[in-house]
Design a binder for this molecule. Structure first.
Ligand code: ADP
Length: 327
């Protein structure tokens, strides 16, 4: 199919995620393979506005597939929220002759991409780069599997100390409004429960957990908590336990930024590579305003509007698996 896209820019934006480098590599190589020029844009939308743009060749992305973080750096950018900021960004694209963008980031970055694409009629393809797995239209996101593995390894270590002291541990993980990280980490680490935003809206998960009682033969309990206003976070829950259920010896562990780091797993490297190649394929097919998703192991094009809609449901099957396997 004939495409008008001869030159693309690639950027990473918002929260970093392991596998972003593998995605940058795949986008760059796939673009060059298809005869396009490629420009790396540093620091997300910030660099697009401040003109931190450099032409990439195939070796610009050598030796990065195994690295965490992003070689392009990432940033949050207030200025891109303004018309004036986006105008400067567009002018910089024109200056370099960039016809289209590949934006690797989370829901905020893809929201910004949608606004920019509509305003200036630019073809933009998004890749879901976030450890939170909170985008619609894709079974998983770049960085999610690595973060899950990191949390699982941390949980194995926390279990050693939790068991020795016979304690109740709340372990707080990222995820914002989405409980997938906490829920799947809980299953993978054999935790007692996961307190997640999707369920906390409906009921008091802490009261339910305590009232149903912990198994008598258990010498410790570990509960995953999503860092979120809805759950209140691990600290708040621990305070409540101290007040309302003083019989429990409670401790908190907040995993924080270590969840974002580390070398990406094979699954994330393969996902990022497939999605990067698919992004260029999408541009060749004159697709625009779509995020590359993966459904039942097949690549899919998901309109930005659907991808960023905040109505992703938590899987009832996973909830059931955790409930049954933790009795
Ligand atoms: P993430 O992509 O990880 O969700 P953020 O929510 O911080 O991260 O968004 C990253 C950036 O995307 C913001 O700093 C801003 O530059 C841009 N962005 C987000 N929402 C919009 C919007 N409505 N209009 C324009 N730009 C936006």
């Amino acid at each position: 199919m004939d495409s008008n896209v001869k030159s693309i820019g690639v950027l990473t934006s918002g929260g970093d995620a392991p596998g972003m480098n593998a995605a940058i590599r795949a986008v760059t190589r796939a673009a060059i393979f298809n005869g396009m020029r490629v420009f790396g844009i540093y620091r997300g939308y910030k660099g697009l506005i401040s003109n931190e743009i450099e032409e990439f060749k195939t070796n610009s992305v050598s030796n990065i597939i195994q690295k965490g973080g992003t070689i392009l750096k990432t940033a949050r950018c207030e200025e891109f929220m303004t018309e004036a900021g986006r105008k400067t960004a567009y002018e910089n694209m024109q200056r370099h002759g960039i016809d289209a963008l590949v934006v690797i980031g989370g829901d905020g970055s893809l929201t910004g991409a949608g606004v920019f694409a509509n305003e200036y009629n630019i073809p933009i393809v998004g890749l879901p780069g976030t450890i939170d797995n909170d985008l619609n239209g894709t079974d998983t996101t770049i960085g999610y599997d690595t973060a899950l593995n990191t949390i699982m390894e941390s949980m194995d270590k926390i279990r050693d100390t939790a068991t020795s002291h016979e304690r109740l541990f709340f372990v707080e993980v990222m995820g914002r409004n989405c409980g997938y990280l906490a829920l799947n980490s809980a299953i993978a680490s054999g935790a007692e429960a996961a307190i997640i935003p999707e369920i906390s809206i409906e009921k008091d998960q802490l009261a339910e957990l305590i009232n149903q009682g912990f198994r008598k033969s258990k010498s410790s309990s570990m509960v995953l908590v999503t860092e979120s206003e809805v759950t209140g976070g691990a600290m708040n829950l621990a305070e409540r336990v101290k007040k309302e259920y003083p019989q429990y010896d409670v401790r908190v562990s907040i995993l924080g930024h270590l969840q974002r780091g580390g070398s990406p797993t094979a699954q994330d490297r393969i996902l990022a590579s497939r999605m990067g190649v698919a992004a260029i394929q999408a541009l060749l097919e004159n697709q625009r305003n779509v995020m590359i998703g993966i459904r039942e192991n097949e690549i899919d094009y998901v309109p930005f509007k659907r991808a960023i809609k905040k109505d992703r449901e938590i899987s009832p099957e996973l909830l059931e698996v955790l409930k049954i396997s933790s009795i």
